[in-house]
Design a protein around this ligand. Sequence first.
Ligand SMILES: [Zn+2]
Length: 286
Amino acid sequence: MKINFHFIRYAGGRNNLFLLLILLSGVLALGCVSQQPQPGREWPISAEEYSSSAAGSTEKLIWPIDCKPGVNCDIFYPDIDKDGKANCGQVGSIGHEGTDIGISWGMMEKGTDVYAAADGVVKWVFDGKYDRCENFGLPFGIKLNDNPDCNDPAGPPQPGASSGYRVCTERGDYCNAALKTAGGNANCVWCFYGGNVIVILHDANKTSGVFATRYDHLKNGSILVRPGDKVKAGQKIAEAGSAGRSSGPHLHFEVWSDWYTPIDPWAPSCGPTGSLWRYKNPANQT
Ligand SMILES: [Zn+2]
């Protein structure tokens, strides 16, 4: 079976396994349309472009990874309201609370930079997990990776302890007295399934209501920041990988409006109008 999936992965085009798994996950059955950008579509600007633009000219999010949608990466949109389709009307990852941006294995190996999407302070960092996981989303219980870092965790979540693809920490500020009363210590543990993960806190008053951004599945050993570090929008914080509960190399990028409400940066229509992205117009570079 492993040989068969390798065949699929390398059978022309980028990132076929990632696409295959999305299809297997049921998107096709729900009416799949091309995820390629439409002609004239506007995209978030890159970190390079951001750094050359006027400082302080935006308070919105910049594109968090060094790739061009539709050129060398693919977007799978969030479905925050879990109604079975991406909130902004494009192909989405059903029930998913983040944007998945898929790249090829070759791009991962070469090194694909991940950037802070806005100015902020690093809250949590998890590193050291194996980063070539492919087990997530496979049918019939198929496992391509034996590495424990790619597989289900064992035992109850514990702050500071990781198991399988799960990493856990204290909820910190979020874990107030009411939560403790309601759920005991279990309510004070916060776990992520992204293996190697960064969470950055932002000043929501300066970043269009964005309180935090989260970056999952990062390449093992690539993380350049530590908790407490101040980061600037566009600053390289890591490289993309396939750590954690993952089907192939991609960045899971999540946006929160508080502790803890995920929001869709693409809403309402996958485009610049009213969204949380800072865009450029490819036609006239303005
Ligand atoms: Zn994801």
